[in-house]
Every structure is written in C-alpha cells, then in structure tokens.
Design a protein around this ligand. Sequence first.
Ligand code: DOR
Ligand code: ZN
Length: 330
Amino acid sequence: MTLTLNAPLDMHLHLREGDMLRLVAPFSAAQFSGGVIMPNLQQPVDSLPRLRAYRDAVVQACGVESFTPYMTLFFRAYSREELLAVRDEIIGIKLYPAGITTRSEAGVSDFDRINDTVALLEELDIPLLVHGESHGFVMEREQEFLAVYQRLAETFPRLRMVMEHITTTESVAFLNQYQQVAATVTLHHLMITLDDVAGGLLQPDLFCKPIAKTPRDREALRQAVFSGHPRLMFGSDSAPHPRHAKECVGCAAGIFSAPVALPALAGLFAEAGCLDRLNAFVSDHARLFYRLPPGETKTILEPDPWKVPERYGSVRPFLAGQTLSWRLQG
Ligand code: DOR
Ligand code: ZN
C-alpha cells in the first residue's frame, strides 16, 4: 500500500544561503510542492530587492519547478507604500523578538511600538507570522508570550496571525479561542521532549528554539494534530547548522529535519492510526488559512524501511542513524 499526498507544503522552512542553501534545498523540493521560506539570513530579508534576489537563489538551488517558495519579509516598521509594493510577492511577514533565536538580533525589542505596522498588515490582509517567545525562563517563554498574542488578536481582530512552531498545552488552548489565528507544528516537537535533549548525554542535534517541552505538552500537541485540528499546519522549522556550529561551546539552535520530514510524519500518523489525516495536516489546512489554490503535484510514500544517514554534507540530520518505515518514492 502506498500513500499519496496532494501537493504537501512545509509552512516554516529555513533554507539559508550559498553552499548550505544548495545542500539543503533539494531535500525540501523532493518532498514538498512549496514551503514558507524564513527571512533570518545573515542580513535579514527586509526589502523587495533582497527578497527577489533570495527567491531567485532558492529557485535555482531547488533545481525543479515543482517547488514554490512562499517568501516572507523580516518584520520591521514598514510604510504602506513598501507593503503595497511587496504584497503580491510574499505570503506574510515574520516577526522575531530581538535576540530570541538564530539571527534575530534585528527583531522587535519593544512590542508597544509595532502597532502602526501591524495595523497596516491587518488592513492590507498580509498574514503576520510570529516566533512567540518572551525572554523569560526558557521553559516558560512560549506561555509568557501568549499575552502578546492575545493583545494582537484582540486589537487587530481581522489580522491573520500564525503562531509559529507551538510546543505547549497552553498554546493549543489559546488557538481555540481565535478563529483568525493558526499555528504551525514541527515534526520534532511531535516526537521529542526535553528529556531527549538533555535528560541523558547532551544531544546538540536536538537543541532548538523553542526548546522541546514536557511529555504532557507533547501529548497535547499530538492530540490536537492527530485529531485533525483545522488550524494546525505542518511547518518543519528545519534549520540546518554545520556540525562545527552544533558540536561546540555555544551550540546553535536548530534541527535539520528536511530530509526525513514526510517519511517520519507518515510513521507518526500511522502509529497513531490516523494516516488518513496526514494530507490535511500537510496540505489542506495551510491552503485554507493562507488561501492558496489546490496544488497539482503528488508525493508518494511507500512502506519500505531505510536508515537515515549520519551526515548530509556538513550537517547531521534529525533521526540520524535511525530506521524509518516509510520512504519517499522515486
Ligand atoms: O531552533 C531554531 N533555529 N529556532 C528558530 O527559531 C530559528 C532556527 C534557525 O534559524 O536556526
Ligand atoms: Zn524557524
């Protein structure tokens, strides 16, 4: 029995630049019909010329026409003219609290001063994608940030907002209160808890932001995803770093899951007895929220065990060395 997915999407993806971009992009292009490309490059993608140059580099690195890069701009104070000029070329604007994660230094340091730009996003119907963490205690950052989400959702009731890579029970509950809010969920947050990261020998490959949480949180995420919550969509947050940046003092945050994304998800959904819901999680929910047309490509998976390599170039992938029971066909 094979599994056919209709134009699956990765709604949160870091592809980087240069050699790293050329190494990692083909893994996403081989599985997905499109992806939401994060703008946290060395120099943030925060202008139309930079956006166009980056999109061209992504298209070239993918090497196929079947993958659509849905571009994002890095949040800053934008004028109406700037937003009007870029609106048709982006899927949304990505907001990072300053310094909260990899290459987010240029992010927002004062949330009381973002209203003018957010009001424009609401008016122009441009989705706001948010890395929702405070600078508090690492396990409580996401929960503390819910106050910001709430203020935004109530001040801007027509704003389409995405809570990126949610990890907690409280975030799932929050999502249920606001119809105009959606969330992405990663593969790794469905699989691991803090114990996998730091409960035994430290595992730099599993260190990411937001940090993996408790078994109870993981269960809440699983329940919401496996029950088919219509405003939960897959976003891998695949975020490659070379080994020397992971296996060192000051390990970079990020898990490189792109090569295993759909095979591992198929395994999880099959184990939970809801393989029939995978297509909605990786395609329909995102298309509905972002108003994307139905895609035409098909991705076929087959039950055929394979061992995940220890390395792809300079990067160690998520689930390295483990055997997955679903394989990408072709
Ligand atoms: O772990 C992470 N890595 N979380 C993020 O939010 C950013 C990402 C990266 O760019 O490496
Ligand atoms: Zn990310």
